[in-house]
Design a protein around this ligand. Structure first.
Ligand SMILES: [Zn+2]
Length: 70
């Protein structure tokens, strides 16, 4: 099952190819995390890239719920 990035960046609104899953982020984390090429935001990391995407989707949703302008 493929997990796709369904949420735009909650900080700058970027979506699509500007959001990508990065691996081996060096000192930051040894797992995978969704990163925004537009503003440099890094989502929650997880050993599983699919789960990192799921966390991003959830985290972005949470941030939007806190009133971040779309
Ligand atoms: Zn962004």
């Amino acid at each position: 099952m493929k997990t796709e990035i369904t949420r735009a960046c909650p900080f700058c609104g970027a979506a699509g190819e500007q959001l990508q899953v990065l691996h081996d982020l060096g000192d930051f984390t040894s797992g995978a995390a969704v990163c925004c090429d537009s503003c440099g935001a890094i989502g929650p990391s997880d050993d599983s890239s699919a789960r990192a995407v799921a966390l991003w989707n959830g985290a972005a949703l949470q941030a939007l719920g806190k009133g971040v302008p779309a």
